[in-house]
Design a protein around this ligand. Structure first.
Ligand SMILES: Cc1ncc(COP(=O)(O)O)c(C=O)c1O
Length: 401
């Protein structure tokens, strides 16, 4: 049977990571995957997470099945974290189901949309997170792109409003709640309000993907747009990842949140999410969710986690500022200006696929062919080297500098 399988395409990001692994040049620099690295270049277990793990190991509770929604304390804690503990409106307007990280949440929610209205159109930004289209299409949904950035690398308010003006009542619009992957370009507060007005007026359902809250402007600021949308529209879907802001990448921790107009609709949606999980993996793994529930449920651990998250955010911002300064010093004013306005783990360099390839071949600097680089993975002492690589591939003669 397997002989019949045509060669499937390899995942482009993991292919690049594999290529990096075989690169023997000592100066090689991996800026491909979205992983936070500290000054030493390693991805640490956060101290609050480590402490929660120790407490859980000491308690050593049963590993009995938890149920189709996973860890319920985790689900409650994430509802409070994402929507705000003092949120107005009835508590049964929203439900959360633990998932296999943010990707699992995206897929379960896509399944829910498809089950509710087969063939629904989901609008995604152009550029989008590399896995948005594959996940949505695998669930049987149609995908339409909408504009995101202008020619100067900023948020293109007019083009976004024009494109999303074409979204119909039956459509779903996928928006990243903060720190847009891959561009680092986020809507301003006024833009978010205009998007909420549009959704409320035209009736489309916002589907918010939250993967980087806490790594842009701070935890509360990064969740502000999601909370505002939740208050302004009757229905909303939210995919939440704990991979980056808890550093739980391999523990595959996240949840799917649904907000509905009635308790009955929310109950049905929750059961549909459980049913979707049941046919995929039955129920999610416990460890990461138990860790997050322990951290968020203990005042001291929660404060320690937030302090660590702030340190991570500060380091990412410092890397971006440092890179901006180096680019400016090399005479690259326009890319420096664009970079300075971006947020979160990623930035998109103004380089095409051929220039990104040169960066890889000549400087051993690995980013994606679309120009995305992981600012959070940049060791401080390599910032100058990245700036010089960018300058060299933009202007190989060096005459413009
Ligand atoms: C925008 C966005 N959404 C979702 C995810 C999924 O993250 P995970 O499945 O690792 O939680 C990512 C990961 O990079 C992402 O960038």
């Amino acid at each position: 049977m397997l002989e019949l399988l045509p060669p499937p395409p390899a995942d482009p990001l993991w292919e690049l990571t594999r290529a990096f692994g075989t690169d023997e040049r000592p100066q090689r620099l991996d800026l491909v995957l979205g992983v936070y690295r500290d000054r030493t270049g390693s991805t640490p277990v956060m101290a609050a997470v480590r402490e929660a793990e120790l407490r859980l190991a000491e308690r050593s509770e049963s590993k009995e099945y938890r149920g189709l929604s996973g860890n319920t304390a985790f689900n409650r804690a994430l509802l409070d974290l994402v929507l705000g503990a003092g949120r107005p409106g009835p508590a049964d307007r929203a439900a959360a189901v633990q998932t296999v990280a943010g990707s699992g949440a995206l897929r379960l929610l896509a399944d829910l949309v498809c089950r509710t209205r087969p063939g629904t159109t989901v609008w995604i930004s152009d550029p989008a997170y590399v896995n948005h289209r594959p996940i949505l299409e695998a669930a049987g949904l149609r995908v339409r792109p909408f504009a995101w950035r202008d020619a100067d690398g900023g948020f293109d308010t007019a083009a976004v409003m024009r494109d999303l003006g074409g979204a119909r009542r039956e459509d779903v619009v996928l928006l990243q709640g903060c720190c847009h992957n891959p561009s680092g370009v986020d809507p301003s507060w006024e833009d978010w309000e205009a998007l909420a007005d549009l959704a409320a007026r035209d009736g489309w359902v916002p589907f918010v993907d939250l993967a980087y809250h806490g790594l842009g402007d701070g935890l509360e600021a990064d969740l502000r747009a999601t909370r505002m949308l939740a208050e302004r529209v009757p229905e909303m879907l939210v995919a939440v990842s704990c991979s980056k802001n808890f550093g739980l990448y391999s523990d595959r921790t996240g949840c799917a949140i649904v907000l509905g107009a009635s308790a009955r609709a929310v109950r049905h949606a929750e059961t549909a999410l459980q049913n979707a999980a049941r046919t995929l993996y039955s129920m999610p793994p416990e460890h990461g969710a138990a860790v997050v529930a322990t951290v968020l449920g203990d005042e001291g651990l929660r404060a320690a986690w937030r302090a660590e998250l702030d340190v991570m955010r500060g380091r990412i911002a410092a890397n971006r500022t440092h890179l901006t300064a180096r680019l400016t010093a090399l005479g690259l004013d326009a890319p420096a200006r664009a970079l300075a306005r971006q947020k979160g783990m990623f930035s998109m360099l103004p380089l095409d696929a051929a220039q990104m390839l040169r960066l890889r071949e000549e400087f051993a600097i690995y980013g994606t062919t679309s120009g995305r680089v992981n600012i959070a993975g940049l060791p401080s002492d390599r910032v100058a080297c990245l700036a010089e690589g960018i300058a060299a591939v933009l202007d190989p003669s060096g005459r413009g500098r």
